[in-house]
Ligand binder design. Structure first.
Ligand code: HEC
Length: 248
């Protein structure tokens, strides 16, 4: 028995060590809340306004968004559908992938399951992590995706920040700032830091939902299953008392 416990402890510890070793930079928790439909609705709005010009989410259909996020089809049609006019269509990208490849050197990937491959925390920190770097063609670099070809598409909201270089180092201009954690604002954004974090949390929440829409259905079913089991507990207990009455 002791051996088994020892084995389990060692296995758990090493799993932890592996997952912690994934990135050089500590990730801040995204804390997305899939039960918060308003946040998911805002996330959908931000996603279609700021992301589908380059990225598709080709596993997700607009009418499914309407159903899952408690939106009417009209609301989805007027507020969310810019790349198609069919409510049953998937979230297509506005630009042609071949053009995108010419412009950015790499085609922006489909984001349908990005939350499952990268994880919510990674996405959250990625969208928070852009900073000014004049050596890059896009003018920015990213704390956790070094030298990314993606421009800082949310810069108007977040503003632009520049790393504060400590220990007498000069900025090499090559994005060598993985260890830098201090940033100073160069251009202020429309949102303050808290508001921007919430906006990013909304987008990431939407991407988590897109990655596994059935999660919302499972939550709903799960609630009723547990309620049913709790209600069933009462007659089951009374029946048990009744049956065992004569035995004792
Ligand atoms: C102007 C085009 C453009 C827009 C708009 C854009 N992206 Fe990107 N994005 C890219 C490109 C190009 C890449 C590929 C970067 C690379 O591989 O270096 C990328 C990569 C990504 C990645 C990393 C994928 C991976 O794992 O390699 C994520 C996540 C992402 N984008 C999310 C978003 C989100 C969320 C938005 C909306 C807020 C958005 N993008 C808007 C161009 C864009």
């Amino acid at each position: 028995m002791r051996r088994i416990i020892y084995f389990l402890l060692v296995t758990l510890w090493s799993c932890n060590a592996v997952s912690a070793g994934g990135h050089g930079v500590a990730l801040e928790a995204a804390n997305v809340d899939l039960a918060n439909k308003t946040s998911l609705q805002r996330g959908a709005g931000l996603f279609v306004n700021y992301c589908v010009s380059c990225h598709s989410a080709s596993f997700m259909r607009y009418n499914r968004i309407a159903d899952d996020l408690n939106l009417s089809e009209e609301a989805v049609q007027t507020n969310l559908m810019f790349t198609t006019d069919k409510i049953g269509d998937v979230m297509k990208v506005a630009m042609r992938p071949a053009d995108a490849e010419v412009w950015f050197g790499v085609a922006p990937p489909d984001l349908s399951v990005i939350a499952r491959s990268r994880g919510a925390d990674w996405l959250y920190n990625f969208l928070l992590g852009f900073y000014f770097d004049e050596s890059k063609p896009t003018g920015v670099n990213n704390r956790i995706f070094k030298d990314t070809a993606m421009p800082h598409v949310l810069w108007e909201l977040q503003g632009l920040k520049r790393p504060v270089i400590s220990h007498g180092e000069e900025s090499s201009g090559h994005g060598a700032v993985a260890e830098v954690t201090q940033f100073e604002t160069v251009i202020p954004g429309k949102l303050d830091e808290g508001e921007y974090k919430q906006a990013v949390r909304d987008i990431v929440g939407f991407l988590v939902y897109v990655g596994e829409p059935a999660k919302l259905v499972r939550y709903r079913i799960g609630f009723w299953v547990i309620t049913f089991l709790l209600v069933l507990l009462v007659p089951a207990y009374l029946m048990k008392r009744e049956y065992w009455k004569d035995v004792h």
